[in-house]
Every structure is written in structure tokens, then in C-alpha cells.
Ligand binder design. Structure first.
Ligand code: ADP
Length: 219
């Protein structure tokens, strides 16, 4: 397996979450190594991503794989709470600088945090909250960056169509900022006050989620 003194990411578990992380990191050109105990899953990914078949609950196995060389480790085990907790505890004991752990429930997340995981993620809860915004309105994409500050992709409300951003006074009226506009077949361009919006455009808009929801609810 490839090893790294800095920058490499070790992913534990090739489930839906771990495999998405590993393949994306690999595609981004990041050095990544995967530990998985199920040989069938190893088979599935081995030609694309460096993988090791091992039980990550064993501190000896982790040592042997060279876990101390990895500044970042992702624990992608969700279905077994016991394994998730044991593996995370091992990593904390070994002094891993950044431990990212997946939680399947709020309780699971609290335990992981208490053991010492640095980042706890809730993929299903997060996806559910995000999709709620998509199904309830006109939003085509939705990402909450921090404490309500959100960026969305949406179709332009009627009152903005045919007008420049300056004319439709979106920021004054709704408290949100149009940051990008995309016409069909063209790339997104940064919005300026003179950018004219047409019905077939797509908008990237930023602002507080409540204000964005109000803007997106306009006909
Ligand atoms: P997801 O919901 O993302 O698919 P799962 O919890 O179902 O996540 O998958 C976790 C993966 O981690 C499985 O492929 C499982 O074989 C693997 N796994 C579980 N425990 C261990 C362990 N102790 N060592 C290595 N891999 C493990």
C-alpha cells in the first residue's frame, strides 16, 4: 500500500459512505488508503483504490498498516456501533490528528464526540434536511455553509425576469445576494448589478436560509 508522512487519508470501511469518500478523494488526486474487512468489497474496488483487508478494531492491525503515518482518518462504519466506537477509540489512542467519524444517530454522534473524534458527520440526517429544502420549493440545489448562511441554485422568480439585478433590487427587497447567473448552454458568470436575468437562466443566490426560502417562494 501507498504510504504517506503527510497529506494521505485513511478510510475505514467501504460501505456507501466510505466508498464515496475514497473514490472522490482518489479522483481529486489525493493519496488514499482503505481498510475493509469484507473481501468481497475489497475485490470490487481493489483495481482503483489501494485497499487492505483487515479488522480495524484491532490496534495491532492498525499499527501494522501504518495508521500513524496518516494525519487524517475517516471512520465510515455506521451499522456496527461497537466497531465504530472501538475503531475511533483506537485512533484517538494512537494520536491521529484529524478523525472524521460517521454517526447514524444523535446518540451515536455524542458518543463519538465524547471519545475524541474531531469531526462527526451525520450523512443521512444532513441529506434529509437538505432534500427537504429541495422538495418543498423551487430550489434545485441547497447547501448550508454555516449557521444558516446558505447558497442555493434556483430558477429566477418572475419579478426578476427581463430586469437587471440592479433594477429588481433583490438584495434590498429580500436580503439575499445573487452571486452567479447561468444562461442555457453557457457557463456560470459572476453577477454584476448590470447582469440581466431571463426566464431560462439559473441563479446562484446566497444569504440566510429563511430569507432564501422566502425569495424562492416568489412565483
Ligand atoms: P454505509 O451505511 O456507509 O454503507 P456501513 O456501516 O453499512 O456503512 O458499512 C460499513 C463498512 O465497514 C462495511 O463494508 C463493513 O464491512 C466495514 N467494516 C465494519 N467493521 C469493520 C472493521 N472492524 N474493520 C474493517 N472494516 C469494517
Amino acid at each position: 500500500p501507498r504510504r504517506s508522512k503527510r497529506g494521505g487519508v485513511l478510510v475505514i470501511g467501504l460501505g456507501r459512505f466510505g466508498s464515496a469518500i475514497a473514490t472522490t478523494l482518489d479522483r481529486l488526486g489525493q493519496e488514499v488508503l482503505v481498510i475493509e474487512r469484507n473481501p468481497a468489497l475489497i475485490q470490487l474496488y481493489a483495481d482503483r483504490i489501494p485497499t487492505v483487508e483487515a479488522d480495524a478494531t484491532s490496534p495491532e492491525a492498525l499499527e501494522q498498516i501504518g495508521v500513524r503515518d496518516f494525519p487524517v482518518v475517516v471512520v465510515g462504519i455506521g451499522s456496527s456501533l461497537e466497531a465504530s466506537v472501538l475503531v475511533t477509540g483506537n485512533l484517538v489512542d494512537m494520536g491521529t490528528a484529524q478523525i472524521w467519524a460517521k454517526a447514524v444517530s444523535a446518540e451515536h454522534g455524542r458518543i463519538l464526540q465524547r471519545i475524541g473524534a474531531h469531526h462527526v458527520v451525520f450523512p443521512e440526517a444532513d441529506a434529509g434536511a437538505r432534500v427537504a429544502h429541495l422538495v418543498s420549493g423551487k430550489l434545485l440545489d441547497y447547501i448550508e455553509v454555516e449557521d444558516g448562511f446558505t447558497i442555493v441554485k434556483m430558477r429566477p422568480p418572475k419579478e426578476t425576469q427581463g430586469f437587471t439585478i440592479e433594477q429588481s433590487k433583490v438584495r434590498t427587497k429580500y436580503g439575499v445576494t445573487i452571486i452567479g447567473v447561468k444562461s442555457p448552454g453557457e457557463d456560470f458568470v459572476y453577477a454584476t448589478p448590470q447582469t440581466r436575468i431571463s426566464a431560462s437562466d439559473l441563479l446562484i443566490v446566497s444569504g440566510h436560509s429563511e430569507l432564501l426560502d422566502r425569495f424562492a417562494a416568489r412565483p
